[in-house]
Design a protein around this ligand. Structure first.
Ligand SMILES: [Zn+2]
Ligand SMILES: [Zn+2]
Length: 165
């Protein structure tokens, strides 16, 4: 995921990268290849790179524990200023870098990995309406209906039931 930017004229240039998740050290939650699709806008003093990223994630649902795969898309922007006044590769803010004029390579790998990790949701559900596992017998209620009496000690229901009686 490297760009030898001096090889390119000022203006827009398109890059595609495809890298195995294992090469990025991401094999635990992800499978297959990361597809990175970038547009570099180069001038003599700065380089702006906009990237779209596609990766397949492998999750276990927080409710029913089922494993499932999901495509994750994200995008990010990196800005590189070419200047004498900063040391090599120093990062000030996220996504903003300074390159000294004698550098010739931009490596997108670290930012790609960071942005992939940012896409991981806090709560992982196979489906918004996942019914989860039965608390009594443990079956996956998305797949099987069980006949367990679910003891709903929900006070709202208790009140309604009393009213009904
Ligand atoms: Zn689920
Ligand atoms: Zn059950």
């Amino acid at each position: 995921m490297k760009i030898k930017f001096p090889n390119y004229k000022d203006g827009l240039h398109h890059f595609d990268f495809e890298t195995d998740v294992e090469e990025l050290g991401l094999k635990e939650k992800f499978v297959g290849n990361v597809l990175l699709n970038c547009m570099m806008d180069k001038s003599s003093t700065q380089i702006v790179i906009n990237c779209n990223l596609l990766i397949k994630a492998k999750f276990a649902c927080d409710r029913c524990m089922a494993e499932f795969e999901k495509d994750i898309k994200t995008d990010f922007r990196l800005i590189f200023f070419i200047t004498h006044s900063r040391s090599n590769g120093e990062e000030s803010e996220s996504g903003i870098y300074y390159l000294s004029p004698d550098e010739d390579t931009i490596d997108l790998t670290n930012d790609t990995v960071e942005n992939i990790l940012l896409t991981l949701p806090m709560k992982i559900l196979c489906d918004e309406n996942c019914k989860g596992l039965c608390y009594v017998c443990g079956v996956n209620k998305n797949e099987t209906e069980c006949s367990c009496e679910v003891e709903t000690s929900n006070p709202v229901w208790d009140k309604l039931l009393k009213l009904k009686k």
